[in-house]
Design a protein around this ligand. Sequence first.
Ligand SMILES: O=C(CO)COP(=O)(O)O
Length: 257
Amino acid sequence: MAPIPGKREKRILGTSLKMYFDLPDTNRYIDSLAALAPAAEKADLDLFVIPDFITVLPAKAKLADTKVMLGAQDCYSEDKGAFTGEVSPVTLSQAGVKVVEIGHAERRRLFGETDADVAKKAAAIVKNGMVPLVCIGEKSKSNIASQAVGIAVGECKPQIDAALSQIPNDADVILAYEPIWAIGASEPAGADHVVAVVEALRTLLADRSGRVRILYGGSAKPGIWKALAPALDGMFLGRFAHDPKNVEQIIQEMREP
Ligand SMILES: O=C(CO)COP(=O)(O)O
């Protein structure tokens, strides 16, 4: 089912804490994000936070009276068994996780996660009633704008195809478009590039009946949302969310006019 023209999905804003914080800092951070829940609701915005695995359960308790969605940074593709060191999607679901991030550039580069792994994990996440947050993005950058868009779409398409290949057409998914060269950088990708890539990616997703929301990530920070808003459903924050004041500011920027 193609999207209804003019109809926008509910906007969504979230952050992954990656492995930046220790246990006390993560707990403090979750408290400060819980305090922003009313502002997010007022702005008609879904807010999510993805702590490390250790903090998922305390985070669930801290967020219990809010609508902030809890995420996990990864999961395994099997429900149970002899998989030492892995975390089951069943357990995550039981712990209150709603969104599971897969295919992040750091996991692909440092831990060898492949498109085939992402496909299996997406299936396991959906089977367990959670939403896959699939990270996609191109490695290469061209300074020629028209070429840069083509390169990005060419690299993202197989990542998307793989991630969606094992899940039902009506399953909800979140895609985080994160050009690899913009992650951990001082500045985000240019809005013109992001908008052009995401518009092209949406045409590849037109046949899905499930809800697809596309976020921008990669040095995302206050001040960039307005230029992304025509094509994006939200943003996925990294370092610039570490100061909750930035999150508060972005919530205000993302309020519907
Ligand atoms: O990878 C990211 C979000 O998952 C982005 O991280 P940074 O915003 O720190 O570049």
